[in-house]
Design a protein around this ligand. Structure first.
Ligand SMILES: N[C@@H](CCC(=O)N[C@@H](CS)C(=O)NCC(=O)O)C(=O)O
Ligand SMILES: [Fe+2]
Length: 375
């Protein structure tokens, strides 16, 4: 049985999908943000349920889609414990295993490219991330890299595997897809036949250019790629209130986080659009519909107060939704004056057209796979 190997040409990254042929449960290694549609289509095509999204390390050259796959496909995230990816649900130690159906993937700590880097063994295959590349290896000049650690990971951990183990690298820059441990042990240009001192000297002399996206990619990957959305906002945590509104309401949240709170019974969702708007573009099931009227004198809206009372009695937060995230801020401020913990849902139901123009994406409720219906 072979893994499915997928390639991102922009970063020359390989992503792997492994699955149990009977249970149809799957695991993905090193998914790339820009390729999420391809990966979801692959899962659909093979009839697979994704149960794990796994990283070999915190990448410097591309952003992971692991966090999004957790949200969209229901996978759990796993990452090497030493990589500082705090959002990963499982922090892997050397020797730990992940199960998908009746299959088992085993983590091997192979530091060097980064201190936390891991390789993963499955049946007769090893997924080496950027530790061992075909006729090469990961660089060791940034992100806690160490050439001596890499030498030991290559020679003592990976080269200790059976010679016929198939090597599936994290990247290849020359179109090669896989190799074997025997072949790399015999002829890898960086390490074969070299002493540790020779290897370290070679690695220290490489002088490779910095990865183009390193400043953006590393921080994003430390939160499973989720920081990437909504103009750099972390989707897993409320975003701080912009300075202009400081102290006037509790914070801004992504539609996903607001919905998580609602589902967990922690928040009451109030839709402050008008009935006409809702009928025209769509309803959010379970939302309390209370139109927010913006004219002066509209200080107290009895219906709004009812929604507030409902939330306050349950000790819950209020999350406010409008079309584009403007009226919901006004409503959040008003709710705060009335003593509630009120959050604005960023970009509302439709998304903010200005934000869309400069980000090239859509941020509103209905573009995130969250529940809504047309009349
Ligand atoms: N040119 C690429 C960077 C490529 C790169 O540095 N790749 C890393 C892996 S994240 C590496 O270890 N390369 C090994 C090598 O080039 O020998 C970019 O700008 O993103
Ligand atoms: Fe890397």
């Amino acid at each position: 049985m072979k893994p499915i190997q997928l390639f991102d040409p922009e970063s020359s990254t390989y992503t792997y999908v492994l699955f149990d042929v009977d249970a149809r449960e799957a695991l993905i290694i090193d998914p790339v943000d820009e390729q999420i549609e391809r990966d979801l289509a692959t899962l659909r095509e093979y009839g697979l349920k994704l149960v794990w999204a796994v990283e070999t390390h915190a990448h410097a050259d591309h952003i992971t889609s692991a966090g999004k796959l957790a949200e969209l496909a229901g996978a759990r995230t796993a990452a090497p414990a030493g990589c500082g990816i705090g959002t990963a649900a499982v922090q892997l130690q050397h020797g730990d295993t992940l199960r998908f159906g009746g299959e088992t993937l085993q983590a091997l700590h192979t530091p060097g490219h980064t201190a936390g880097s891991m390789s993963y063994r499955w049946r007769g295959h090893v997924f080496t991330g950027d530790t061992l590349l075909i006729n090469g290896c990961g660089r060791t000049d940034f992100q806690s890299g160490s050439a001596s650690d890499l030498y030991r990971s290559l020679t003592e951990v990976l080269f200790a595997l059976p010679d016929d183990t198939i090597v599936w690298p994290g990247h290849d820059y020359q179109g090669r897809s896989h190799s074997t441990i025997g072949q790399e042990k015999a002829s890898n240009a960086r390490v074969a036949g070299k002493s540790e001192a020779e290897f370290v000297a070679l690695m220290d002399s490489l002088q490779l250019p910095r990865p183009r996206r390193i400043d953006e990619a590393v921080p994003a990957n430390l939160s499973s790629g989720l920081r990437h959305d909504l103009d750099g906002a972390l989707l897993m945590q409320p975003r701080p209130v912009p300075a202009a509104h400081q102290g006037s309401y509790a914070g801004d949240v992504s539609p996903q986080l607001a919905w998580q709170w609602v589902q967990a019974g922690e928040a009451v969702l109030v839709d402050v659009r008008t009935d006409a708007e809702r009928e025209w573009v769509g309803f959010v099931p379970g939302a309390v519909p209370v139109a927010w009227k913006q004219w002066p004198g509209m200080a107290l809206n009895p219906q709004f107060d009812d929604a507030i009372r409902q939330a306050a009695e349950g000790g819950r937060k209020l999350v406010l939704l409008c079309r584009s995230g403007v009226r919901s801020i006004a409503a959040a401020k008003r709710a705060t004056e009335l003593g509630l913990l009120a959050y604005n849902i960023l970009e509302g139901f439709e998304g903010d057209p200005d934000a869309q123009a400069h980000r090239g994406g859509r941020g509103g409720w209905r573009f995130h796979g969250l529940p809504w219906r047309q009349n």
